[in-house]
Design a protein around this ligand. Structure first.
Ligand SMILES: CC(C)(COP(=O)(O)OP(=O)(O)OC[C@H]1O[C@@H](n2cnc3c(N)ncnc32)[C@H](O)[C@@H]1OP(=O)(O)O)[C@@H](O)C(=O)NCCC(=O)NCCS
Length: 285
């Protein structure tokens, strides 16, 4: 079989979205983008459609790789091979080509997240040289869980602030190797009806709290205030401010956050991911 690649930007958007959806057929969680959702992801995650690629097998589009870029680092934001083409070496060929192109673009590192239980994908990335950085986990908190503000008086300290303020603080004070989607740069692309809160030196960003299901996107405590349970107190206050909701934490949070969320009544979800990284060989000048 003859493989080749073409820039994703060479194609019409609906075709690209169709091929991406085909690449994720039978996936662990249902993935089916429409054009609007696809464009939102492109914007939020810094995906570069000029560097993203469509895989051609004997001239037929058979896979898509979305590549996000920020300075020296790129991220394999999505990669899917159409079901009939899987297990035939297409993924292996594609990864080799994507890594070659990342080196050619002058990048120094490429990152990705992969569902831990997705054996073919984990095998492919390990075989391609990626190493595990950490496990990423998600949580859910039932709408029926008891809700209480941390302490009387503290509740009044919760104030709504601009999402940009929190995203700047995440860039400054967050872990330097945060998963891409939790980084300050990604969070900065979040807009109302999502909201940001400040509770003393603790901060959170949540999705639209008027919806039935609310997502926690950011939890941050400034370094000087860490170790004093401020994160727990702030989350309790945020939740008490919006009673009766089901709360979600997507499986992109470092495992280190487990204690924090469990103390607020969240339960860990079964699906977990590996955050992975590949240090690239810089091409000699
Ligand atoms: C993951 C995926 C991209 C791999 O592409 P592929 O063309 O099937 O990969 P290859 O045929 O080159 O196989 C790569 C490795 O995967 C492993 N593999 C392939 N099929 C497998 C299977 N059914 N079970 C377990 N491992 C398997 C093997 O280790 C193989 O390497 P080897 O042949 O040297 O042993 C493809 O299966 C896919 O698109 N899956 C659905 C979408 C997805 O999961 N994307 C990844 C999201 S992060």
């Amino acid at each position: 079989m003859n493989f080749d690649v073409k820039p994703a930007s060479d194609y019409h958007l609906p075709d690209l979205v169709t091929w991406l959806n085909q690449g994720f057929e039978g996936y662990f969680v249902p993935i089916h983008f429409n054009a609007g959702q696809f464009l939102s992801m492109v914007r939020k995650d810094g995906i570069d459609l000029n560097s993203s690629r469509t895989l051609l097998a004997d001239g037929t589009p058979s896979g898509v790789a979305l590549i996000a870029r920020r300075g020296w680092t790129s991220r394999l934001a999505a990669m899917g091979i159409s079901a009939p083409m899987r297990g035939k070496g297409a993924g292996t060929w594609f990864m080799k080509e994507l890594i070659r192109e990342a080196c050619e673009r002058g990048e120094r590192e490429t990152v990705l997240e992969v569902i831990e239980q997705n054996a073919p994908a984990v095998a492919l990335y390990k075989k391609s040289g990626f190493e595990i950085v950490r496990r990423l986990v998600g949580f859910e908190r039932s709408a029926k869980s008891p809700t209480s503000a941390a302490k009387s008086g503290d509740f009044a300290l919760l104030e709504e602030i601009d999402i940009r303020t929190v995203s700047n603080l995440v860039s400054y004070f967050g872990l330097p190797d945060l998963p891409w989607q939790l980084s300050g740069e990604s969070i900065a692309q979040t807009n109302p009806p999502a909201r940001a809160y400040k509770n003393g030196l603790a901060y959170a960003i949540i999705s639209n709290p008027t919806a039935e299901h609310v997502v926690v996107w950011t939890v941050l405590v400034e370094p000087e205030a860490r170790g004093k349970n401020l994160g727990v107190q702030m989350l309790k206050n945020v939740i008490a401010n919006h009673p009766g909701k089901t709360w979600h934490v997507p499986a992109i949070f470092p495992e280190e956050f487990t204690k924090l969320f469990e103390q607020v009544g969240f339960v860990k979800e079964e699906l977990s991911q590996w955050q992975m990284r590949l240090i690239l060989q810089i091409e000699s000048q």
